[in-house]
Design a protein around this ligand. Structure first.
Ligand SMILES: Cc1cc2nc3c(=O)[nH]c(=O)nc-3n(C[C@H](O)[C@H](O)[C@H](O)COP(=O)(O)OP(=O)(O)OC[C@H]3O[C@@H](n4cnc5c(N)ncnc54)[C@H](O)[C@@H]3O)c2cc1C
Length: 347
């Protein structure tokens, strides 16, 4: 009979679940990660862009084998002609090869994690986790099942962005390694062009799906306007990004909630990898310490305030669509370059 009793059960092998698993693996704790998908890192669910400052601060991996591109120049634009252009003398961001990154977290970062794939969790009652292939019992349960899973609350349409990306065959841009455009064609979000490896670029869009147009249509229309981002599409990915206020509470009895499930997403950039990694790690540390309130405390004192700051700024940025962003960009223009670099380079 396979073992079914564990100290810790983690639901979801994305960034949050793998980061929690890595901490538990290093501490020698008895845990299992359950995931419904077939393979770690697939399907791809993220562009994989993260700020170096945060990567270092929270200990995310930087192994060269999992990095597709280094970012040292970036441009933020509106389709009304505003722009903020920044060139750094160092790498301020990296773009992960997302599949390699998740595989690395699962096998090399802290050793081989104990993961059972092809295992969909259908429900959790008390300390029992019911899956398609039997039930498990855990003293602690870390929920890391991502946005809109069968465990999270369903988010209203104005609190979740649809995000769609095409990997396009295209030579590297001559000007910037990362360009973001704000436009009323992408309400609440933006269009992006990120450097990738091997003659490819990651071109995408995220927005509140209020108009009923498919993300592909929206991206195609934008590409007509900006042919500089055109190129043969060789792969696509789409998913959702929760963009609401970070949850007030992240623990309840023997349960700990992490990542997209608690809106640990920087609303300004729609980046959730750092929040997922940080919450997964902190939740696992609290489990090891035998005190879940340590996770809630760190959430209240450090993680949530950081997320809230971005949540409020996002509201301000998008209050009147691209008009508000143009105004903020005009204000940002008068900032000294050193301040601009600190603000935009550390997002
Ligand atoms: C197109 C796009 C681009 C993005 N780009 C960036 C970016 O450049 N930078 C950035 O920082 N963030 C980006 N994000 C956001 C980021 O990818 C997410 O915030 C992050 O992946 C969330 O991690 P997570 O571990 O919380 O959830 P997920 O990565 O979604 O992992 C959840 C896991 O739980 C599993 N699961 C779900 N339900 C069950 C169940 N019932 N039973 C078992 N397993 C289950 C899933 O299979 C999955 O493996 C992007 C998102 C999208 C959609």
């Amino acid at each position: 009979m396979p073992k079914t009793d564990y100290d810790v059960i983690i639901i979801g092998a994305g960034t949050a679940g793998l980061s929690a698993g890595a901490v538990l693996e290093r501490s020698g704790m008895d845990y299992i990660i359950l995931d419904k998908k077939r393979e770690i890192g697939l399907p791809v669910r993220s562009t994989g862009a993260v700020s170096m400052e945060w990567v270092k601060r929270i200990g995310m991996p930087t192994d060269s084998s999992i990095v597709s591109a280094n970012i040292s120049s970036m441009s933020f634009r509106t389709d009304k002609g505003n722009s903020i252009n920044l060139n750094f003398d160092r790498t301020v961001g990296i773009v992960y090869d997302f599949t390699a990154y998740e595989k690395f977290l699962s096998s090399k970062f802290a050793g081989n994690l104990n993961i059972r794939m092809n295992t969909r969790v259908n429900s959790v009652e008390g300390n029992t986790v019911y899956t398609d292939s039997g039930s498990y019992v855990g003293k602690h349960i870390i929920f890391a099942a991502g946005p809109q899973s069968n465990f999270g609350k369903k988010l209203p349409r104005n609190e979740v962005l649809v995000a769609y990306e095409e990997i396009r065959k295209a030579s590297p841009r001559a000007d910037y390694q990362m360009v973001l455009w704000f436009s009323d064609m992408a309400p609440g979000g933006y269009f992006w062009d990120f450097a990738d490896k091997g003659g490819r670029r990651k071109i995408g869009v995220c927005y509140y799906p209020t108009e009923g147009k498919s993300p592909k249509e929206v991206l195609d229309r934008f590409t007509e306007k900006y042919p500089e981002i055109s190129g043969e599409c060789i792969d696509t990915m789409a998913h959702q990004i929760p963009l609401g206020e970070p949850a007030p509470s992240v623990t309840s009895g023997s349960y700990l909630y992490t990542g997209d499930m608690v809106n640990a997403v920087l609303n300004t950039t729609a980046g959730g990898l750092q929040g997922a990694f940080w919450t997964g790690k902190t939740a696992a540390e609290a489990v090891i310490a035998g005190d879940h309130s340590l996770y809630q405390k760190k959430w209240d004192e450090e993680i949530r305030p950081w997320l809230l700051k971005h949540h409020r700024l996002h509201r301000r940025m998008h209050r009147k669509g691209v008009k508000s962003i143009s105004r903020l960009m005009t204000l940002a223009k008068i900032m000294p370059m050193s301040v601009k670099k600190k603000v935009f380079g550390g997002l």
